[in-house]
Design a protein around this ligand. Structure first.
Ligand SMILES: C[S@@+](CC[C@H](N)C(=O)[O-])C[C@H]1O[C@@H](n2cnc3c(N)ncnc32)[C@H](O)[C@@H]1O
Length: 277
């Protein structure tokens, strides 16, 4: 689910991870109760099918670079709670924010497949996805990463310095909407844009990108967390404010006749969007 290095994450943050945890608990309850062997056998198979999926997809995916492994490890070893408590980060960050191996390699392949030279990332955190994408950029390629938190931006920049691809990345430390408007005013344009910042601002990021012509005519937008732990399709009372925001974003995109999109069940949901010309 996350990086291929052993990360001490206990909390499932994807619909699939939550499903595995629910099946594990159900199996445990069924084993303690007097349910039939038939039900137990079926439940065990369901658990094994679900529990093995993330490990297997990761095993069958190209390994991440040593720089990405080091970055993921450093992120998991950081005491994010203390950083926030000490006022060093502007909000509570957590290692689970890092996209990780499968999604990183997916984004990297999209950059290579689309022959992108200019990439924009909205929401960088410690830089895992930014560095994964930069690794697929040509030598003269550029990636602009928007991040509001100065502490995490400098954390990422230290990691980028250890990679031969780090100098392709320019970090803009400011609220993402401010940076997007600045890029619009400067007439900038990107071949691939990855959105992964504040879920409540997703609709505004999307509209600013399309209205401001930040996306090249055959460009690709990739949007993370569009399944948001299953909240958009679970009963409404299970939804958080972020769940509401993602449900609104998904329906906004679906109703926008300027684009075509597909929601892939990669990790916490990855939507691909292209503009119809
Ligand atoms: C989910 S994390 C990004 C993870 C990263 N893309 C990766 O794959 O490892 C979201 C990041 O967006 C940042 N963020 C949240 N709201 C923002 C805003 N309004 N402007 C810029 N960055 C923001 C957070 O500080 C956090 O570092």
């Amino acid at each position: 689910m996350t990086s291929i290095v052993e990360i001490n994450t206990a909390r499932p943050v994807t619909p699939h991870g939550i499903l595995v945890e629910e099946l594990r608990k159900t199996l445990e309850m069924a084993e303690a109760a007097s349910v039939s062997t038939e039900v137990l056998t079926s439940l065990r198979l369901a658990y094994q099918l679900a529990a093995g999926l993330d490990t297997y997809t990761s095993e069958c995916t190209t390994k991440e670079s040593s720089a990405l492994t080091a970055l993921a490890l450093k992120t998991s070893n950081e005491n994010w709670r203390k950083r926030f408590g000490d006022g060093e980060t502007v909000r509570q960050l957590e290692q689970e924010m890092l996209s990780g191996h499968l999604e990183g390699q997916t984004l990297k392949m999209f950059v290579r497949m689309t022959k992108a030279k200019r990439v924009l990332e909205v929401g960088m955190f410690t830089g895992y996805s930014a560095l994964a994408m930069a690794e697929a950029l040509p030598d003269d390629g550029k990636l602009v990463a928007c991040e509001v938190d100065a502490y995490v931006a400098s954390f990422a920049q230290n990691c980028f310095a250890d990679s031969p691809h780090g100098d392709k990345i320019r970090v803009e430390v400011a609220p993402a909407l401010e940076t997007l408007r600045k890029l619009v005013a400067a007439g900038e344009c990107f071949d691939l844009i990855f959105i992964d910042a504040d879920k409540k601002e997703y609709v505004e990021y999307f509209q600013t990108i399309l209205d401001g012509n930040l996306l090249a005519s055959d460009g690709l937008i990739c949007v993370d967390n569009t399944l948001l732990q299953g909240q958009p399709y679970l009963p409404r009372e299970k939804r958080t404010a972020n769940g509401d925001a993602i449900a609104l974003f998904n329906s906004t995109v679906a109703q926008d006749s300027r684009v075509e999109q597909v929601l892939l069940p990669v990790r916490d949901g990855l939507t691909l969007i292209q503009r119809l010309n």
